[in-house]
Design a protein. Structure first.
Length: 199
């Protein structure tokens, strides 16, 4: 299901439709989840001792819980906003670091030179996760999304949307050419037009 909050962030253009949201796996933030969880476990493990200290123990206990919640919510925020959104017109790349730093870039399908994936390492093999790369024409830079579940399907969808975009572009050009020919025909008359094109 496409997320409404993310879709609002990309400001859809006229006739633009969201197709797919591609996200990195939660495993990319494993150490943050683990660290936050360990602090929370430690807080409850030390709860009896901390509550006995009252004056400084209860604030330390509450602080440990708040730190744990901060670390876990930061990791989830980064996971949620680190993604690619495919529309029928473009690919939008979101990269989130912390709560306040977000980079957004977009590339129209005409500028995509290649799209491919790689599955590497133990984590990729165990959890069937792969990195997705998109090469941009006229640039050495590549867009990369790390450890994506369903990476093959995502690459296939990018290529399909690129083909659809190019097909629609050709249809538009053909319609404009037909419209232009019709205007010329109306302006110069059917007989002269037919003589000109040789029919």
């Amino acid at each position: 299901m496409l997320n409404i909050v993310l879709i609002k962030k990309i400001w859809l253009k006229k006739d633009e439709l969201p197709i797919l949201v591609i996200r990195s796996s939660l495993i990319n933030w494993f150490w943050s989840w683990l660290f936050g969880g360990l602090i929370l476990i430690a807080a409850f493990f030390l709860m009896y001792y901390l509550w006995q200290q009252r004056i400084w123990g209860i604030p330390v206990f509450i602080l440990m819980i708040l730190i744990s919640l901060f670390i876990v919510s930061r990791a989830y925020f980064e996971y949620y906003y680190t993604c690619w959104i495919l529309t029928n017109l473009r690919l939008v790349d979101f990269y989130q670091q912390g709560f306040f730093h977000r980079e957004t870039s977009e590339v129209i399908y005409d500028k995509i030179m290649e799209a491919y994936s790689k599955r590497e390492g133990i984590i990729g093999g165990l959890f069937n996760l792969g990195d997705i790369y998109v090469g941009i024409s006229g640039s050495k830079a590549k867009l990369k999304l790390k450890r994506v579940r369903g990476y093959d399907r995502a690459v296939a969808e990018i290529i399909l949307q690129q083909e659809n975009y190019q097909s629609n572009l050709l249809d538009e050009k053909e319609k404009r050419a037909q419209f232009l020919l019709l205007k010329i025909k109306n302006k110069i008359g059917s007989k002269v037009f037919n003589d000109l094109i040789g029919s």
